[in-house]
Write a protein that binds this ligand. Structure first.
Ligand code: FAD
Length: 569
């Protein structure tokens, strides 16, 4: 059995930020299924928010208000207050660590405009901001490599919880197929988002929701899972992201009639309205036959920005267009469509990352979560661009501090190794001995199509119920999935079967929550309930796994400064 005082699952910005807080005083380990610098944080493009006011006056209050309004008033305002208050200091700290932000002519950190933000407050490193941040943190982790043990290419299999105390986890060594039990006083999940259940997504292959499902199976509810963000500009047919920075720098959205259609939907903010609004507007144009040549896409036009600006500010975006769909944005408009991008929902936590299992604030002792897998909730029903990198670092750090404080108290918990290994061995054995009559690829593709068409930018009762039925049918098929590699060395097929199981399970939670929420709020847009309904639905969903399936409960939203009002842009 392995043991550490604190074990973190996930080596993205949230996981590494937490580890740096703990390592000077306690023994800490990071487990990651991909090599640490391959975590999805490294793919972030456009920027990280802070009210530095480097290009025009700005304030923490405005950043907070924009975020609350962006969340369609479902965000918890105590958490948003912290997020926006800690932002400037977080940016300066990253800069001092060596994160190379782009500069203004005077040498200050440059800031660009982003959707839903009332001032330019996205700090950026060209359009490779996540890469710059992740590598800056990784260097700090490497500097402390004697204090932080990294398990690269190890896979979380299950979370161990007994008597409402988290005691550790079971992990699988992808390189040789060995299982290990890890005992820990504190466990932090920083396992990222889960967009891969959709056909068109900007998310990395690793974003399959393993962490949230391990927590769910261990008795933790999942919060606001129905709130799935579509980003307005995915490369057509691929979903690969064209950063919002492209519109921040002045890009236009144009329909098949050559109109800048955002004039109709958000005249004041145009292309820089929040993502839920721009995605809906785009989808409406497409659905009503005003896509380019009547097809399922519109154009993002950047040509007027000129070669020099594009090469300085958006070099990666240009290259992605050339590499993946053969379009150079310097000379041609780029075909784009909404792409699944971000998971607002996740593991419920308080403002210090403690996992909270009900509406009364009850903690699961020793269990913490931060970053995209957590729901604090700073993004409510719709995240503003650039607030997520910020969240990962701000709350990764806070969670690290809380876990450190906690783990200094108790002794390492007892674990019965055979007892916790048995269900994991059984799960793997069931996969290896399945009847093998169903194709895993077919199940995955059907799930992705199903989520896209029945639980997309717009959703209605009929489609959602059809979608739910389909997911349940796919879950049954998954049990009979065909697997050809039954070996131990780098068995990617096994990992894919496990991941598909997770995606099916959280898709069911998304659909259940979406059927129940009979209103439209943020990214959750019901065709049959087009209005927000504060009277009945100003509350967070909590989905529990029970013997009889998924049980939905609710908890109130924390409102401090800003009362809900109509959201106009
Ligand atoms: C293309 C793209 C561009 C983006 N651009 C921006 C932007 O410009 N600004 C912004 O604010 N946000 C952006 N975002 C969102 C932002 O990047 C993420 O929300 C954030 O980086 C998440 O960080 P994280 O630390 O929570 O998780 P991640 O960086 O996703 O890391 C997750 C970690 O969990 C590990 N893990 C998961 N499952 C397991 C398992 N079973 N076993 C072991 N390890 C596991 C992975 O190996 C990985 O290390 C973007 C997202 C995408 C997809």
């Amino acid at each position: 059995m392995l043991q550490h005082d604190v074990v973190i699952v996930g080596s993205g910005l949230a996981g590494m930020s937490a580890a740096l807080e703990i390592c000077e005083q306690l023994d800490v380990a990071i487990i990651s299924k991909v090599y640490p610098t391959r975590s999805h944080s490294g793919a972030a493009q456009g920027g990280v928010a802070a009210s530095l006011g480097n290009s025009e006056p700005d304030s923490q209050e405005e950043h907070m208000y924009d975020t609350v309004k962006g969340s369609d008033f479902l965000g918890d305002q105590d958490a948003i207050d912290i997020l926006t208050r800690d932002a400037p200091e977080t940016i300066y700290k990253l800069e001092h660590m060596g994160c190379v932000f782009s500069r203004t002519k005077e040498g200050k950190i440059a800031q660009r405009a982003f959707g839903g933000h009332s001032h330019p407050r996205a700090c950026y490193a060209a359009d490779r901001t996540g890469h710059a941040m992740l590598h800056a943190l990784y260097e700090q982790v490497m500097k402390r490599s004697k204090r932080i043990t990294i398990y690269p290419e190890w896979y979380l299999m299950s979370l161990i919880v007994r008597d409402n105390v988290c005691r550790g986890m079971v992990i699988y060594d992808i390189r040789n197929g060995n299982l290990e039990v890890v005992r820990a006083i504190g466990v932090i999940f920083a396992t990222g988002g889960y967009g891969r259940a959709y056909k068109i997504t900007s998310n990395a292959f690793a974003n399959t929701g393993d962490g949230i499902i391990a927590a769910f199976r261990a008795g933790v509810p999942l919060e606001d899972m129905e709130c799935v963000q579509f980003h307005p500009t995915g490369l057509f047919g691929q979903g690969i992201l064209v950063s919002e920075a492209a519109r921040g720098e002045g890009g236009y959205l144009v329909n098949g009639k050559g109109e800048r259609f955002m004039e109709k939907y958000a005249p004041a903010k145009m292309e820089l309205a929040p993502r839920d609004i721009v995605s809906r507007s785009e989808q409406k144009e497409i659905d009503e036959g005003r896509g380019i040549d009547g097809k399922d896409y519109v154009h993002l036009d950047l040509r007027h920005l000129g070669k020099e600006k594009i090469m300085e500010r958006l070099p990666q975006v240009r290259q992605l267009g050339i590499d993946f769909i053969g379009v150079d944005c310097i000379t041609d408009p780029v075909p784009i469509q909404p792409t699944v991008h971000y998971s607002m929902g996740g593991i419920p936590t308080d403002i210090d990352g403690h996992v909270i299992i009900d509406d009364k604030g009850t903690k699961l002792t020793g269990f913490f979560a931060a970053g995209e897998c957590a729901c604090i909730s700073v993004h409510g029903a719709n995240r503003l661009g650039t607030n997520s990198l910020l969240e990962a670092v701000v709350f990764g750090k806070r969670t690290g501090i809380a876990a450190l404080k906690f783990a200094k108290g108790p002794r390492l918990p007892d674990i019965n190794e055979d007892e916790v290994l048995a269900p994991v061995k059984e799960e793997i054995n069931a996969i290896f001995t399945s009847p093998g009559t169903e194709s895993i690829n077919d199940i995955r593709n059907t799930l992705k199509e199903n989520m896209m068409s029945n639980c997309g930018v717009f959703r209605g009762k009929e489609g959602l119920e059809k979608g739910l039925k389909k997911v349940r049918e796919l879950k049954r098929k998954h049990k009979k999935g065909k697997i050809t590699d039954k070996g131990k060395i780098f068995n990617n097929e096994l990992i894919e079967v496990l991941e598909l199981g997770h995606m099916l399970e959280f898709s069911e939670v998304i659909l259940k929550g979406a059927i129940a929420r009979k209103e439209s709020r943020g990214a959750h847009s019901r065709t049959d309930f087009p209005k927000r309904d504060d009277q009945n639905w100003l509350k967070h969903t909590l989905a529990y796994l029970t013997k009889n399936g998924i049980d939905l409960k609710y908890k109130p939203v924390t409102i401090t400064k800003y009362q809900p009002e109509e959201r106009k842009y």
